[in-house]
Design a protein around this ligand. Structure first.
Ligand SMILES: *Cc1c(COP(=O)(O)O)cnc(C)c1O
Length: 393
């Protein structure tokens, strides 16, 4: 198959050529261990710290507050587990939401087994949490609020600044999973009173297996990996130097291109949404109409299965993602789509299309044309659709 239209940038992105190029020397000639004293290797420590500065600048933070991890999942695990442990004497109550990524949700469930109490906030039909509900969930023993910056499935951007203010007023730590938001929307940790923030390289045209946790100076937090003194003794292990160089290069690039890139993506996203909603009947857009990531479109098509849709799209060279977790062997629809109130059948017929910097209008037109045809074809074969037509004759 020659045609490949990749519209699954929320799952991962292509490592940009200049990122790969920046990384290469650190596999070959610059292979020194940053902890070694001779200058040949010490140069690598400087290079690693320069990436810390680049990332910190993108957030309005300080380089010493950036801790490299093996990706977004590790950063989320670290933030929750270490905060629960370090603040155990203050309390054991954590507030998060029902729509977090599993890296947060499953960690919260693990902490519940270890004796923490967790409140999972509901979201409204557009995926937003309620600030009033957040305020009333706060207790004297609440130690952490963890709310994602933007949702990976439906793209909704949460009111992070307001959440941060509430956390700060109540003296509670605030962590945000910004894996989807970082590189797509400007983030200032001070303005939003963010104490910890997770991000990942491969969601912003950087390499896989590298990410970071921003930890505000003064936050008490435990080491995540014990061993050597790397990452200010909080996350031991010889640094993934090529990965870190790749991450820093990708962040620098994402910041520089953000305005132009996301303006283009937003326009194409809106064009896609407009075409799909106007040309395909019995279809809805999931997530917030305006407070959403510039590259995210998520639809539910009644009377069809998201999985069949994905397979047919794949036959046409189109990569998308369904709202259901069938791929992971479970038949449950996505927890996010259920949380916004979709009935099971509707959630099952969902499709997430996430655009990237290389997506063109031609791609979007092709996808809209193909989608229209496939949805009609699947409905032809759908007993649900047949029933519906009979009832509505
Ligand atoms: C992808 C993703 C993660 C996990 O990041 P990895 O680097 O793949 O471990 C966490 N949270 C969100 C919101 C994500 O989209």
């Amino acid at each position: 198959m020659d045609k490949l239209i990749y519209l699954d940038h929320a799952a991962t992105t292509k490592t940009a050529p200049e990122v790969v190029e920046a990384m290469l020397p650190y596999f070959t000639e610059n292979y020194g261990n940053p902890s070694s004293v001779y200058s040949f290797a010490a140069k690598n420590k400087d290079a690693v710290n320069r990436q810390r500065e680049i990332i910190a600048e993108a957030l309005g933070a300080d380089g010493s507050e950036i801790y490299f991890t093996a990706g977004g999942s590790e950063a989320d695990n670290w933030a929750l587990k270490a905060a629960a442990e370090a603040y155990a004497s203050k309390g054991r109550h954590i507030i998060t939401t029902k729509i977090e990524h599993h890296a947060v949700l499953h960690t919260a469930e693990y902490l519940e087994k270890k004796g923490c109490e967790v409140t999972y906030l509901d979201v409204d039909e557009e995926g937003l949490i309620s600030l009033e509900e957040l305020k009333s969930a706060i207790r004297p023993d609440t130690i952490l609020i963890s709310v994602m910056y933007a949702n990976n499935e439906i793209g909704t951007i949460e009111p992070i600044k307001e959440i941060g203010q509430i956390a700060q007023e109540n003296g509670i730590l605030f962590h945000t999973d910004a894996v989807q938001a970082f590189g797509q929307i400007p983030i200032r940790v001070d303005e939003c009173c963010i104490d910890m923030l997770s991000a990942s390289g491969h969601k912003l045209n950087g390499p896989k297996g590298i990410g970071f946790l921003y930890i505000r100076k003064g936050v008490k937090i435990r080491s995540f990996v014990h061993g050597g003194a790397q990452e200010r003794k909080r996350r031991a292990g010889t640094e993934n130097v090529p990965g870190i160089i790749g991450l820093g290069t990708a962040v620098d690039r994402a910041v520089r291109t953000m305005e132009e890139r996301t303006a283009k993506e937003r326009e194409l996203r809106d064009y896609l949404i407009e075409r799909v909603l106007s040309e395909i009947p019995y279809c809805r857009l999931n997530g917030h109409r305006s407070m959403r990531l510039p590259n995210n479109a998520n639809f539910s098509f009644q009377f069809i299965e998201g999985e069949s849709l994905l397979i047919r799209l794949d036959m046409k060279g189109i990569c998308g993602s369904s709202g259901s977790a069938c791929t992971s062997g479970s038949l449950d629809p996505s927890h996010v789509l259920l949380a916004i109130g979709l009935p099971h059948e509707t959630a099952h017929g969902s499709l997430r299309l996430t655009l990237g910097e290389e997506t063109t209008k031609e791609d979007v037109d092709y996808v809209a044309d193909v989608l229209k045809e496939i949805v009609a074809g699947l409905r032809e074969m759908s007993p649900l659709y047949e029933d519906f037509l009979k009832k509505n004759q």
